[in-house]
Design a protein around this ligand. Structure first.
Ligand code: AFP
Length: 283
């Protein structure tokens, strides 16, 4: 798995360079979820495909920007599912974006995720990598090299509330729950990029990131294999919790299709307990 992580470090600098130098406009294509692709989405996808092709342990890859599975090395062991440039619609406003990677062994489902990583392209590059049994490790990058900065641990509760989705389309119980956190003193921090928004919560030691079911998106917006399951793993490894609207662990999800989405809630223990109460679901 170390070689996959080495490839991810290389990818971080290549995509960062592309962000700084490439055209920020739209390509003439859509991804499999019907979203218009930026030229940078396509470029970042290609950078990752090329980098992972040279890692022998990678059997195949699944990209948010591609329809199906791409087989790379028949003797490989792992399937890497990735979102090459999450939050790319924020890039023209010069906000932070990220790349997310889930490393699976066997059938593509939550319990087969064995490691995950994400890269934040912010004022500087940061990278988080998590494997079973250890706290997520934080790395900082400069001058084309990466160094370990420490580990990520969530406290029992935080101060940040990052509520996703269009508010007018929220369910009543969700609106009441989010309002109740604000009444307790939680502060709104939401950029519209899952990577920087969750990174913020993880580095500040807690809080809640939510993307609920809405009337226009009954299954939420965020993709299980590329976004939700990898972040659920990092959140749990950091000592937090990650569940859906029925109170099920996101790490137990079994997607029926590669691009399936789900409502999702990530946070420290206190906020997730409050969510269970508000949604009337058992632990
Ligand atoms: P884009 O990749 O289209 O910018 O979407 C980003 C994203 O998938 C995720 O990173 C955010 O958390 C979420 O969408 C934001 O969605 P809302 O704007 O509906 O809250």
């Amino acid at each position: 798995m170390l070689s996959i992580f080495d490839a991810i470090k290389e990818i971080a600098f290549k995509i960062e360079y592309a962000i700084q130098t490439e055209d920020l406009g739209y390509s003439n294509s859509e991804n499999s979820s019907g979203e218009e692709q930026l030229k940078l989405d396509v470029k970042s996808d290609l950078i990752i495909e090329r980098a992972l092709s040279s890692v022998r342990s990678v059997k195949s890859i699944v990209s948010e920007e591609k329809e199906g599975i791409l087989n790379l090395n028949s003797n490989g062991k792992y399937i890497v599912c990735y979102d090459p440039l999450d939050g790319s619609s924020l890039i023209d406003a010069n906000l932070s974006v990220g790349s997310i990677f889930g490393i699976y062994e066997g059938e593509l489902k939550g319990e087969n995720l064995i490691a995950s990583a994400y890269i934040v392209y912010g004022p500087r590059i940061e990278l988080v990598y998590a494997e079973r049994g250890i706290r997520p490790q934080l790395y900082g990058g400069n001058n084309k090299s990466v160094r370990r900065l420490g580990e990520i641990v969530l406290q029992n509760r935080g101060k940040i509330n990052a509520p996703g989705g269009t508010q007018k389309n929220w369910e009543k119980r969700h609106k009441e729950f989010i309002d109740s956190l604000f009444s307790e003193g939680y502060r709104l921090r939401y950029s519209g990029g899952m990577v920087p928004d969750l990174h913020h919560i993880l580095l500040k030691g807690g809080g809640l990131f939510s993307y609920p079911a809405t009337t226009d998106r009954p299954n939420g917006k965020l993709r299980q294999l590329f976004e939700v399951i990898p972040f659920a793993f990092i959140c749990e490894q950091a000592g937090g919790e990650a569940i859906n609207e029925r109170g099920e662990r996101l790490l137990e999800l079994i997607p029926s299709n590669l691009h399936d989405t789900t409502p999702c809630f990530f946070g420290s223990k206190y906020e997730i307990d409050k969510l269970r109460e508000a949604y009337g679901v058992a632990r």
